[in-house]
Design a protein around this ligand. Structure first.
Ligand SMILES: Nc1nc2c(ncn2[C@@H]2O[C@H](COP(=O)(O)OP(=O)(O)OP(=O)(O)O)[C@@H](O)[C@H]2O)c(=O)[nH]1
Ligand SMILES: [Mg+2]
Length: 288
């Protein structure tokens, strides 16, 4: 059951909105992957609003408060709205869906007449390069790759050169999964970041962190570590089609000012959409 449905049935089962209901709501929000402090603040705010206006529909008000939380994230243009050449680095821990998302983005931009080049900068995991090459073949998109064990920064460097020579609009670099708890891997990421930053020059350079929505609050910790290492531009939330609740999105916005840019809802190339904050807040609150 989607989280919004749970919230809806929670309220429809209540005869009156007393103190206990708001306490239970706080617990429910925490179950929906809200941080405890944020869930408490949100519930208190809702309670205050209700005291002033007993006629308010709590889910409608909750959805408005959630939208306000999402507005705390910075705004970010997608490459589709700009003619500036864009380099995108896809980051994240192991298995969250980075390679699949890199391919989905390539497909998404290609459909909008933006030429893409994929960079196989996961030189660490056996078969990662071939995995991206297969996507490249299916999508009829060029993949720049070196050998396994090579320098990932050099791969991105070459992909940027290749993109220049074939007049591509966007380079999408898939990187190796790295645990945020391993400092050596995070340091290696800083090096890749420095190389790409200097090579990108006047191009737009975006760093997107891929987060698996099913990992709940752990996704927030991952975002904190990656963001402090390389200053992220946005998040791509994957596996939202599974039993994911998604409350972590609100903490990303309010505590790290990080926007979710794309939402992925399946394994197909087409299972990606631009994140719509209003739609997300309404769905989370069970208002359709
Ligand atoms: N249901 C669902 N599955 C997804 C989604 N995105 C990716 N996957 C699946 O998640 C699994 C891992 O995807 P990958 O793209 O290989 O993940 P990765 O982050 O590149 O993994 P590593 O390179 O090993 O770190 C695959 O089975 C994908 O099909 C999504 O939005 N929904
Ligand atoms: Mg991968």
């Amino acid at each position: 059951m989607k989280f919004g449905e749970r919230l809806k049935s929670f309220f429809s089962a209540k005869a009156e909105l007393n103190e206990g209901v708001f306490d239970d709501l706080c617990d429910l929000l925490i179950e929906g992957d809200f941080g405890a402090t944020q869930a408490y603040k949100m519930t208190e705010h809702l309670k205050e609003c209700y005291k002033k206006d007993r006629a308010l529909f709590p889910l409608q008000k909750l959805s408005e408060l959630l939208e306000d939380e999402l507005k705390k994230a910075k705004n970010i243009d997608t490459p589709l709205l700009s003619d500036t050449f864009t380099a995108i680095l896809i980051l994240g821990v192991n298995g969250v869906g980075k390679t699949t998302t890199a391919a989905k983005l390539s497909h998404f931009y290609n459909l909008q007449n933006k030429k893409t080049v994929l960079a196989a900068a996961d030189t660490f995991r056996a078969a990662a390069i071939d995995q991206l090459k297969i996507h490249g073949q299916k999508l009829d998109t060029r993949v720049v790759a070196h050998k396994q064990g090579g320098d990932p920064a050099a791969v991105v460097y070459d992909a940027l050169e290749a993109a220049c020579s074939c007049s591509a609009d966007v380079v999408i670099a898939d990187t190796a999964g790295r645990m945020h708890t391993k400092s050596a891997l995070v340091e290696e990421l800083c090096k890749i970041d420095r190389v790409v930053e200097s090579k990108a020059g006047s191009a737009r350079y975006l760093k997107y962190l891929v987060l698996d929505a099913t990992t709940g609050r752990n996704a927030f910790t991952q975002a904190e570590v990656f963001h402090s290492a390389v200053k992220l531009d946005g998040v791509i939330l994957t596996k939202y089609d599974s039993s994911a609740k998604g409350g972590v999105v609100f903490s990303l916005a309010s505590e790290l000012q990080l926007p979710v840019v794309y939402l992925c809802t399946g394994e197909k190339y087409t299972d990606i959409e631009i994140f719509d904050p209003i739609k997300f807040a309404r769905e989370f609150a069970g208002i359709n």
